[in-house]
Design a protein around this ligand. Structure first.
Ligand SMILES: *Cc1c(COP(=O)(O)O)cnc(C)c1O
Length: 430
């Protein structure tokens, strides 16, 4: 694509990062299904291995199809660069890896995807890292949780299971005061609805498994770097500011400037952790991203219609969707996600736990799956599935009380979705 930063979102989602294939003229980005790439000569090989020249060596680090996706996601998020990897959870580890070390901690929002809570409470402890969970609406508590060993602040823009929107500007100001990077998981919003870097985020992580791919075919992840953080200012981020022994003492921040995090993610993260996205997966995600804005508009329109209908229904106790005027987070929508509050939300059934189970088993269009962000409408009863191991008090705190179900609204005909919910609610409430 010609170098024209003025292009709008809908143009970038189709073109950013891609150009007709120089060898064949292929207009669609080819799937470069090759493990290795031939060096021009020995000097070329040495320059690539020294990071003096950018190019393709081996697909654990870089691949031309994956590179197009990286450039496209970086463009849509307004970042300096991006690294793709094998899943959203891999992206979280890859984002934290250069920042953390034994004894270091991160401060995380209490409102997170369930799998992220498990990753942060259990698994990262094996690396000697820890997480402190704080309500990010309480900025004093957030400030108080930061100590000398804190290396990152982590939250979601539109938080899973939906209905909550983080005040990113306020959280970024606290991170800034403390000289810490803010990492925002933008999976549920996508860059079409929210651009965290515009609100002060340092890094943006994605599960591309969800809306970016959009059709429930492949898992993938991405880390986007704003390129704005000064990794050398505090001495707290030696992986980026100090000499790297594996590259003859090269200093990533000094050498690559705004692209330091991106180069580190490829040259160290992918090289040594190996959580690589494959070119076939990148292809499916590129295909999905071409229609991201069109899908997100429809997802949001449908979510507003279905949530409004549910809120008026006497069989429903309450609906938590930030797109409804009744939501305490509705006022944040125009500033944080001006094109809509996403398509994920929960509602509570007056018929309780048994009613929820009956509802799910009676639905015909909605699929009962542990996924979100598909073109198809999805439902899950968290208390009997993903949050089954928690006590009832923990379920309530996580927004997954026994009488609550979560919807991920798809792009079908909204009247059909409402009709399906109507017939299932009748059975559930009988
Ligand atoms: C799904 C999801 C993840 C994890 O992504 P995977 O691709 O399943 O590893 C992380 N954060 C959020 C908000 C998600 O929805």
């Amino acid at each position: 694509m010609p170098d024209a930063p003025a292009y709008g979102f809908d143009t970038l989602q189709v073109h950013a990062g891609s150009r007709p294939d120089p060898a064949t003229g292929a207009r669609q980005t080819p799937i470069y299904q090759s493990t290795a790439f031939v060096f021009r000569d020995s000097d070329h090989a040495a320059a690539l291995f020294n990071l003096q020249e950018v190019g393709f060596i081996y697909s654990r680090l870089t691949n031309p199809t994956v590179a197009v996706l990286q450039e496209r996601i970086a463009a849509l998020e307004g970042g300096a660069g991006a690294v793709c990897c094998s899943s959203g959870h891999a992206a979280q580890i890859m984002a934290l890896f250069p920042l953390m070390g034994p004894g270091r901690n991160l401060i995380a929002s209490t409102r997170l995807y369930g799998g992220t809570v498990t990753q942060f409470t259990q698994t990262i402890r094996r690396f000697g890292w820890s997480a402190t969970f704080v309500d990010f609406d309480d900025l004093d508590a957030l400030r108080a949780a930061i100590d000398d060993d804190t290396r990152a602040i982590f939250c979601e823009s539109i938080a899973n299971p939906g209905g909550y929107i983080t005040d990113l500007d306020a959280v970024a100001a606290v991170a800034d005061e403390a000289g810490l990077p803010l990492i925002v998981d933008n999976t549920s919003a996508t860059p079409y609805l929210c651009r965290p870097i515009d609100h002060g985020a340092t890094l943006v992580v994605h599960s591309t498994t969800k809306y970016l791919t959009g059709n429930g075919t492949v898992t993938g992840g991405a880390i986007v770097d704003s390129g704005r953080f000064d990794w050398s200012a505090s001495g707290k981020f030696p992986s980026l500011s100090e000499p790297e022994p594996a590259y003859h003492g090269l200093k990533f921040h000094e050498t690559f400037g705004a692209l330091a995090f991106t180069f580190h993610g490829i040259a160290i993260g992918l090289r040594d952790l190996g959580m690589t996205m494959n070119p076939q997966g990148a292809h499916y995600t590129l295909m999905g991203i071409e229609t991201l804005s069109l899908r997100m508009q429809r997802h949001v329109e449908n979510a507003v219609k279905v949530a409004s209908w549910l809120e008026r229904d006497p069989r429903v106790a309450y609906v938590t969707y930030a797109g409804l005027p009744s939501s305490p987070y509705n006022a944040r929508v125009p500033r944080i996600c001006p094109k809509g509050a996403g398509a994920l939300f929960t509602f509570s059934l007056k018929a309780g736990y048994d009613g929820c189970v009956k509802l799910i088993d009676s639905l015909e269009l909605f699929s009962h799956v542990a996924n979100l962000g598909d073109t198809r409408s999805l439902i899950i009863h968290s208390a009997s599935t993903t949050h089954r191991q928690l006590t009832e008090a923990q379920q309530v705190a996580a927004g997954a009380a026994p009488d609550v179900v979560r919807l991920s609204i798809g792009i079908e005909d909204p009247d059909d979705l409402i009709a399906d919910l109507d017939q299932a609610l009748a059975k559930a409430s009988a």
